[in-house]
Ligand binder design. Structure first.
Ligand SMILES: Cc1cc2nc3c(=O)[nH]c(=O)nc-3n(C[C@H](O)[C@H](O)[C@H](O)COP(=O)(O)O)c2cc1C
Length: 240
């Protein structure tokens, strides 16, 4: 089983998102998946110029000559794609969005009606794709992920991929507060790892593991107070 994971966090392996993603990928590897991980920060991917050059001038080939040339065949071969991103302005990070947009050369310019909606037909030899979203956000509630979930589900519908679910970590800075206090919360990483194993061996992730990854790390009032205290400390240090 080939898995390609794209981490769109500029924090690369040191970020909140990577902490969940890496446990998830470890579980997949332990279950025999062939996993390749790419960090957008380390890739050169220019934004789409919107010329449709890849459809009408040089079919399948983009005007830009950058790392998408290396990535597209890997994305085409993957049985499972994982998009991993910090929540930025209620959506995916800019570099990940560029990478998503730049997959347009894979598409078919023609139109057809599918399930009562006008869409592009699947490409020749298109594999049945599967997508998982891994994301973390700064605010407390799970509802902040609603827009990115709507986006990923719509994207899967367009691509004729199965949306396999999402591992979401709200109030992610709470992890840092708990680390400072020496409090353990390993269960969320163990659940992410288990979810990775399940996805490979059973083709699904259990609700229990999904919920554990997102579980409350501290009450909202305590989180807000801790964060405001941190901000205050930083502001005071800046004045010195
Ligand atoms: C530019 C920017 C925009 C952000 N926008 C949101 C947002 O809309 N909602 C939210 O809850 N957190 C937001 N955050 C916080 C991050 O999503 C959060 O800290 C995340 O855990 C960072 O993940 P990382 O360490 O993997 O980069 C934003 C952070 C930055 C830098």
């Amino acid at each position: 089983m080939k898995v390609i994971a794209i981490n769109g966090s500029p924090k690369v392996d040191d970020g909140n998102t990577a902490r969940i993603l890496n446990s998830f990928l470890d579980g997949m590897k332990e279950s025999g998946a062939e996993v390749e991980l790419f960090h957008t920060r380390k890739l050169k991917i220019k934004p789409c110029l919107g010329e449709f050059h890849c459809w009408f001038n040089t079919p399948g080939k983009c005007l830009h000559d950058d790392d998408m040339g290396m990535l597209i065949p890997k994305l085409e071969e993957a049985d499972i794609t994982i998009y991993s991103t910090p929540l930025y302005a209620d959506g995916v990070s800019g570099p990940l969005k560029n990478l998503i947009d730049r997959q347009i050369p894979r598409g078919n310019p023609k139109l057809e009606f599918r399930d009562g909606e006008c869409r592009h037909p699947p490409c020749k030899n298109q594999k049945p794709g599967k997508l998982v979203l891994v994301s973390s956000c700064g605010l407390w509630e799970m509802s902040h992920f609603d827009p990115v979930l709507v986006h990923m589900k719509a994207y899967c519908k367009n691509m004729m991929w199965d949306f396999m679910g999402a591992l979401l970590r709200p109030h992610a800075p709470a992890m840092g507060f708990l680390d400072e206090r020496g409090e353990k919360y390993d269960d969320i990483f163990e659940a992410a790892k288990e979810a990775g194993k399940q996805l490979i061996t059973e083709g699904m992730m259990s609700e229990k593991n999904i919920e554990t990854v997102s579980r409350e790390l501290m009450p909202p009032e305590e989180f807000v107070d801790s964060l405001n205290e941190l901000v205050q400390t930083i502001f005071q240090a800046m004045k010195k």
